[in-house]
Design a binder for this molecule. Sequence first.
Ligand SMILES: [Zn+2]
Length: 93
Amino acid sequence: MDPRIIRKILEGYTDEVGVEVSTDDDRYANTFCPRCSGNCRKSGPGPTILNAEPIPQFNLECLSCGCVFSPRSGLIVEMGNLGLLEPPEYLIG
Ligand SMILES: [Zn+2]
C-alpha cells in the first residue's frame, strides 16, 4: 500500500507500536548471540498487533555467525554458521 495513504489513514492516532519498538531497542542493545556471543543487529519481521496489543516483533541477527533468534523467546530461527568465526589467537600464532 502507498505509504502516503497509510499516513493519511493513521492521522490522529497515537503511535503506540513505535513507543514499544524504541523501548525494545534500548532493552536489546546489549543482547549477544546465543551461539557465539557476537554482537547483533535488528532483523525482520517488524512490529505487529496481537490481541489488540502492539507487539514489537523482530529478530536479532548475529554479525559474526549469522544466527537469527528472537530476543523475547530465545527461539533460534536460523542456526548461522560457526565456521565463519575468526579462529582464536592462540590457534593462529
Ligand atoms: Zn553468533
